[in-house]
Design a protein around this ligand. Structure first.
Ligand SMILES: [Fe+2]
Ligand SMILES: [Fe+2]
Length: 222
């Protein structure tokens, strides 16, 4: 806490110094700069010990990493939320509002992808496949079983059904990612078929979805 207050003090002092030296009043623009950027300025323009500044700098970078992931989570959620709102607006005949939600959803995706990348979360394709396997496995082995049983206990049948569908589909996703990882050098084109109801994915069109029983002709080809 002391270090944080101290660093804010340094930043303010450095900015005031800057405004005096350069004859520039502190502008909104300057205030909007990230703490890391301001720290760089403070390093250049004050006479405090260098080791203290470096320690502070490391702390800020770690905070920024957390901020990147928090921003990514928020933007990713906003993207899906706006698509749900667009669908609703479309159903109500509000086509312009639907369009605004869709274009903004895309904008949030641009933010989310940049933040995720800057957080260093995009690895090689084999690393990414492994990360996907881990995530899907956690979901179908731990997260959804727990969510499903709580929904059943609470008598929320719709939620229990949605969790059950997701649980079973995530297991399929994990298997497909594993298959892709095992055949990473394979170049022959592969096709996937998505169930639009439960999120199951098949390698060929089934007669009906083994999870939600939707007829095969409803599946979407990728
Ligand atoms: Fe999944
Ligand atoms: Fe399905």
């Amino acid at each position: 806490m002391f270090m944080y207050v101290f660093s804010i003090g340094l930043i303010v002092a450095a900015n005031i110094l800057y405004s005096h030296n350069g004859g520039i009043i502190i502008s909104n623009n300057l205030l909007k700069k990230t703490k890391t950027e301001r720290k760089t300025r403070a390093t250049r323009r004050n006479c405090f010990g260098r080791s203290v500044i470096l320690e502070e700098s490391t702390m800020k970078e770690e905070k920024t990493l957390n901020h990147l992931m928090a921003a990514f989570a928020g933007e990713a959620q906003a993207n899906r939320k706006y698509l749900a709102y667009a669908k609703k607006a479309e159903a109500e005949g509000k086509h312009n509002v639907a369009k605004l939600f869709r274009v903004t959803a895309e904008a949030e995706t641009i933010h989310a992808l940049k933040e995720f990348e800057l957080a260093g979360k995009v690895g090689s394709t084999s690393e990414n496949l492994q990360a996907a396997i881990d995530g899907e496995t956690y979901e179908f082995k731990e997260m959804y079983p727990e969510f499903f049983s709580v929904a059943e206990e609470e008598g929320n049948k719709a939620a229990a059904r949605a969790f059950k569908f997701a649980l079973e589909a995530e297991e399929v996703h994990a298997k497909l990612f594993q298959e892709a990882l095992d055949n990473l050098e394979e170049t022959e084109e592969v096709f996937y078929y998505l169930c639009p109801v439960c999120g199951n994915i098949e390698r060929s069109i089934p007669e009906k979805c083994f999870i939600c029983q939707v007829p095969g002709e409803k599946f979407i080809k990728y």
